[in-house]
Design a protein around this ligand. Structure first.
Ligand SMILES: Nc1ncnc2c1ncn2[C@@H]1O[C@H](COP(=O)(O)OP(=O)(O)OP(=O)(O)O)[C@@H](O)[C@H]1O
Ligand SMILES: C[C@@](O)(CCO)CC(=O)[O-]
Ligand SMILES: [Mg+2]
Length: 333
């Protein structure tokens, strides 16, 4: 038997990092997906084929007639830890240990703030649970995805696996969520081309918080209030122009606060300022930061902003909200 499942990337519109401290956040699934195929194998082992992931710790040395390969197995194994934990949790849940081969292909850049870790975990849980005959709802899959992130990262709010499993546009807080009406947002995502590890960035914010709680706590509180305000604006009956202007202002404030937490980089800020100068109403980091992506809200100016991002050294992506979260694409008996 063979199952193919897919799960989408996401952008966090408001509230990354503060969401880890129990504040609310707003996120949307976007139309880039990770595909996971799961099938039984004969040798009884768990085999993972990750086709889009670079193997860290691989050293190649040459002499005139020889090539030597050395691998840091610890690092190579670590990179597959989201997939491994996802498979383990499903097998535990199903009470079955079987030989399974899992193959992954992905459209989502890794470590870029677009939730590649959550998408790979959710798609793996979806494919393997179906293969083992375990009936799980999307909410249950989101909860298992959250467990995977907690096991690998040490800390996770659960927003990424939730939005990847459920899809659409969500307001999220402490494991509960509300679906917001899907409005077509004229956004442009800008990728710096470099990556950041969510595990390390979350740990960096934690260190600042523990060493200077009197300074960091008010920043996190401000972020929480800003998200409440953004939700009100999204749900209000204002006309679009006013809505976008208010949301843009809140995005700019959110970016400044993320910078204050220490998760921006020069390349991210370069793309943020280039977008604003090209006419975006707001621009900010999306996801964990430390590299990765920013996004801009640019009604009527998406082409100009995309060009400005390119000139500033980034890769622009014009994306749409994906209403669909986890999807079982194919089941072959
Ligand atoms: N296609 C893939 N195949 C296997 N593992 C993957 C794949 N994509 C992502 N991962 C795992 O996810 C890790 C990156 O996750 P990380 O949380 O650091 O960044 P992200 O999820 O891309 O961004 P963010 O969490 O900010 O949204 C990789 O190091 C790898 O372990
Ligand atoms: C940085 C963070 O807030 C979002 C990563 O996309 C981490 C999390 O919520 O688990
Ligand atoms: Mg992640």
């Amino acid at each position: 038997m063979r199952v193919l499942a897919s799960a989408p990337a996401k952008i966090i519109l408001f509230g990354e990092h503060s969401v880890v401290y129990g504040k609310p956040a707003i996120a949307a699934a976007i139309d880039l997906r990770t595909y996971v195929k799961a099938e039984f194998n004969e040798n009884g082992r768990i085999r993972i084929e990750a086709k889009d992931i670079r193997t860290p710790g691989l050293t190649v040395s040459f002499t005139e007639d020889q090539i030597y390969f050395e691998t840091d197995y610890g690092k190579a194994a670590e990179v597959l830890s989201y997939v491994r934990e996802a498979i383990n949790l499903v097998m535990e849940e199903a009470g079955k240990q079987k030989g399974i081969t899992v193959s992954i292909t992905s459209q989502i850049p890794v470590g870029a703030g677009l939730g590649s870790s959550a998408a790979v975990a959710v798609a793996t849980i979806g494919a393997v649970s179906r293969l083992l005959g375990l009936e799980l709802s999307k909410k249950e899959i989101a909860k298992l995805g959250h467990k995977v992130e907690l096991l690998v990262q040490g800390a996770s709010s659960g927003i990424d696996p939730t939005v990847s499993a459920v899809g659409g546009f969500l307001y999220y807080q402490k494991g509960s969520f509300e679906s917001l009406p899907v409005v077509e947002l004229p956004i442009v995502v800008g990728y710096t081309g470099s990556s950041g590890s969510t595990k390390e960035l979350v740990a960096k914010v934690r260190k600042n918080y523990e060493e200077m709680p009197e300074i960091i706590e008010p920043i996190l509180n401000s972020m929480g209030r800003l998200v409440e305000k953004a939700r009100e604006v999204i749900l209000a009956e204002y006309d679009k122009e006013i809505k976008f202007q208010l949301l843009g202002r809140l995005m700019n404030i959110n970016h400044g606060l993320l910078d204050a937490l220490g998760v921006s980089t020069k390349s991210l800020s370069d793309l943020v300022y280039a977008s604003r100068e090209a006419g975006a109403l707001g621009a900010k980091i999306t996801g964990a930061g430390g590299g990765g992506c920013m996004y801009a809200l640019a009604p009527g100016k998406q082409t100009e902003v995309a060009t400005a991002i390119k000139i500033a050294g980034g890769v622009p992506m014009i994306t749409k909200i994906s209403r669909e979260g986890l999807r079982i694409e194919e089941v072959e008996e």
